[in-house]
Every structure is written in C-alpha cells, then in structure tokens.
Design a protein around this ligand. Structure first.
Ligand code: ZN
Length: 178
C-alpha cells in the first residue's frame, strides 16, 4: 500500500471521464488500498481514482466511521434534495454550499467483482454523488449556482496551490539525493 499524491484542480485528469473497470484483479485491489490509504491520510470523506491520476471508475469513502468502495457505479437519485457545505481534496481549503439529492441507491461491484448495492442518505449520499461525478470528469464547482461558481473561481485563482499554467509537479524530497 502506498499514499499517492492527490491531483489538484487544473490537472487535466480531473476533467476527463474515467473508463469502466474490466479486470477485477490484484492491481485493482491495490488501487482500492492506495485510494483508501491516501483518503485516510488527507484526511477526506471520499476519494476517486482520477484524483490520484488513475482513469478508472473506482472510488472509496469514509463516512460515519464506515469505510467503503465502489466500482463502475450506477446511481439512482431521490427527487428530495439536501443543502450543505461540500469540499474536495482537489480544491484544498474551499467549501461551498452544494445542492445534492438527499438519498442515493448505488449499484456497482466490489473489488472482487461481486455485484453490490449501496443505499445512503445525507453525508453518504453526498459523498457517493461527489465521487461518481469525479468519474465523469465533473467537479463540485460545476454543480454550484452561477454566482457561487464565480466566487469559487476567484478564490481558486487566489489560492496558493493553484497554478494557471497547469498542475504543480511536486518533486519527491528524495529526488535530490544521489
Ligand atoms: Zn472531490
């Protein structure tokens, strides 16, 4: 298992739709472990594979002290909505009110290829919708109303982590050691 670098807004991998998982193999189980470890280290309530640079339809969550993962999700959303602050590990320090469905039924697979169905409301429903959006290259700022999105873009441009010219490549501290 290894903690991976979380990609930040501006990295093209975050706006690219991910591919369905076909092989439920050892590499997939390592990916789920890496995602889980990276999320717990951040810490965050969820993490999707594109956020660590892997274009596969896989995400993990840590909500109400329950860890979970889902592969190739298909969502059924309630008409009832919830409002609440939402953030993203790819946008450090930014939180905005984001409207989401209150409940979700998510169908997909676990890392062994068994079909699973996850039912969630409130925070879990929010996490599942946020992470599934990542798999479609959609970011939470895309879900904000126009005025709030404008405010978010201004805050992003002013954020010390944001680089207009593309992602900041962090060099490993060991790279200078010969
Ligand atoms: Zn996110």
């Amino acid at each position: 298992m290894a903690i991976q670098t979380v990609r930040l807004f501006g990295d093209p991998v975050l706006s690219t739709a991910a591919s369905a998982v076909v092989d439920f193999d050892k590499e997939l189980r390592t990916l789920v472990q890496d995602l889980t470890e990276t999320m717990l280290n951040a810490p965050g309530a969820g993490l999707a594979a594109p956020q660590i640079g892997v274009g596969l339809r896989v995400f993990v969550w840590d909500v109400d002290e329950e860890l979970g993962h889902l592969i190739n999700p298909v969502l059924d959303l309630s008409d009832d909505k919830q409002e609440g602050d939402e953030g993203c590990l790819s946008f450090p320090g930014l939180l905005y009110n984001t409207s989401r469905a209150l409940r979700v039924v998510a169908k997909g697979f676990n890392m062994f290829g068994d079909p699973v169905q996850i039912e969630g409301s409130e925070l879990l429903a929010r996490a599942i919708q946020h992470e599934t959006d990542h798999l479609d290259g959609i970011l939470f700022i895309d879900r904000l109303d126009t005025a709030l999105r404008k405010e978010a873009m201004k805050a992003i441009r002013e954020a010390e982590w944001f680089n207009e010219n593309g992602p900041i490549i962090r060099v490993s501290p060991h790279a200078g050691l010969y």
